[in-house]
Design a binder for this molecule. Structure first.
Ligand code: 6PG
Length: 475
């Protein structure tokens, strides 16, 4: 009799294939299926050490029949319509109690819709965010699970061994019902965009301000990776900057076209932040910067029109140790502000959708495996250890002390960059958010006056209760 599999992975793209290998390596009998069956067979042939626990099937029916009941199917296809297609193919072959997991980068709104349409069929739908890229999927990603809690209890023994481990704790957690897992993954990606953009802005200041070459910058980032900024993204930045292009002998980074791609999750994080009324301005700046980067021809034309504007870019970074230390401190401070924004979106979504997101666990499972992993996430986890009552990370004493100490450097870096005409949209957005956030008396009173003037939208007064409308002079 054929041995039944613990789980089936549908879709042998990069992430699907790597997760299947990871599952097999951790002792799970794993059925695998791909529309082009040859791809599944090739995965087995290329990984002979794991072949005994990888079971390729040539038909969807055969794949489903291969699974232990109640069945667990992990769908790893491109986000969007392909997920709906696979669910439609799978549904008639499954029974009540079976579980379909979407492990792609889904829009959480789709996950909520899919969960609702599975309700009543008895088939459980799980939206699961997976972070860590190819290597993470293969050796231990960070996994953000949404769906019914009872279903998580069944998945836990399968997912915990394949997740990244941080000091013995698996980086996987159940985060809430339906779309919670994919929502958290989306915000993870918004923060990922912000982190990457702020690093790129600092790189721009070092390159165009301090006029350093790539190997020199690689050393600076490698040094920063030994302290507070220590993280995967700083580490890979140092590695990318140190790489030489074989064809030309020049730094590879100088041969790469300055147009950034994007698949949509960063943009979704900002759209969701706006829907919730949360200003995630650093994340927004990062997404917008990718958009501007991709309009290269237009930028070149604009640079022809404006030239250098006779600005002295050399004044952007004082070429001494203090100048470099300012950049480090500015990046660390802006990073705290960006994460505070991302966490504020999570907290707002949790309240809006009734998810009760475990903010502490989110920091814990981001400490290893995922793209934004860093020592800094340990600090965030510690803040939430004390309870989920923190309204914003900027109000947590451990962070307010750091921001108080680092804000002067962030101001120097941003203002010098602005005067020198070097763009720092994400760093500047972080600073502006901070200044707006810490101001007890804002300027929205004037906006309210304007709104009442042209639309009788009313305003509230400091000295009286209720809503008021003023009869303004006619102009
Ligand atoms: C991760 C990443 C990953 C994402 C890529 C590409 O957490 O492993 O976020 O899921 O798909 O980084 O994203 P962009 O193409 O949008 O940059």
């Amino acid at each position: 009799m054929t041995m039944k599999s613990d789980i089936g992975v549908l879709g042998m793209g990069t992430m699907g294939g790597m997760l299947a290998l990871n599952l097999a390596e951790k002792g799970h009998e794993t059925a695998i299926f791909n529309r082009t069956a040859e791809k599944a067979h090739r995965l087995v042939a290329d990984n002979p050490a794991l072949a005994a626990r990888l079971h390729p099937e040539d038909s969807l029916e055969g794949f489903v029949a291969r699974l232990k009941t109640p069945r667990i199917v992990l769908v790893m296809v491109n986000a969007g319509a392909p997920v709906d297609e696979q669910i439609a193919h799978l549904m008639p072959l499954l029974d009540a109690g079976d579980i379909i997991i979407d492990g792609g980068n889904a829009d959480f709104n789709d996950t909520v819709r899919r969960s609702r349409s599975a309700e009543g069929t008895g088939i459980n739908f799980v939206g699961m965010g997976v972070s860590g890229g190819e290597q993470g999927a293969r050796h231990g990603p960070s996994i953000m699970v949404g769906g019914a809690k009872e279903v998580w209890q069944r998945l836990q023994p399968i997912l915990e061994p394949i997740a990244a481990q941080h000091e013995g704790e698996p980086c996987v957690a159940w985060l809430g019902p339906d779309g919670a897992g994919h929502f958290v993954k989306t915000i993870h990606n918004g923060i990922e965009y912000a982190d990457m953009q702020m690093i790129a802005e600092i790189y721009g200041l070092l390159r165009d301000g301090a006029k350093l070459d790539a190997p020199a910058m690689a050393s600076i980032f490698a040094d920063w990776n030994t302290r507070g900024l220590s993280s995967y993204l700083i580490e890979i930045t140092a590695t990318v900057l140190a790489e030489t292009d074989e064809a030309t002998g020049k730094p590879l980074v100088d041969m790469i076209i300055d147009e950034a791609g994007q698949k949509g999750t960063g943009r979704w994080s900002v759209i969701e932040a706006q829907k919730l009324g949360i200003g995630a301005t650093t994340l927004e700046a990062a997404v917008s910067a990718r958009g501007i980067s991709s309009r290269r021809d237009e930028r070149i034309a604009a640079s022809d029109i404006y030239g250098t504007l006779s600005l002295d870019t050399g004044s952007a970074v004082p070429a001494d140790a203090a100048g470099i230390a300012d950049l480090e401190s500015a990046l660390e401070t802006a990073k705290i502000i960006a994460y505070a924004q991302g966490y504020a979106v999570l907290a707002a979504a949790s309240a809006e959708y009734g998810w009760k997101l475990p903010l502490r666990d989110i920091a814990r499972i981001w400490r290893a495996g995922c793209i934004i992993r860093s020592v800094f996430l340990d600090d965030i986890a510690r803040v939430y250890e004390a309870g989920d009552g923190i309204v914003n990370l900027l109000q947590a004493p451990s962070f307010s002390e750091r921001v108080t100490a680092g804000q002067a450097a962030l101001r120097r870096v941003v203002s010098r960059a602005v005067l020198a005409g070097l763009p720092v949209p994400a760093l500047a957005a972080a600073l502006s958010y901070f200044d707006d956030y810490r101001r007890a008396r804002g300027t929205a009173n004037l906006v309210q006056g304007q709104r009442d003037f042209f639309g009788a939208h009313t305003y509230r007064r400091f000295d009286q209760g209720g809503s008021h409308h003023h009869v303004w002079p006619v102009i």
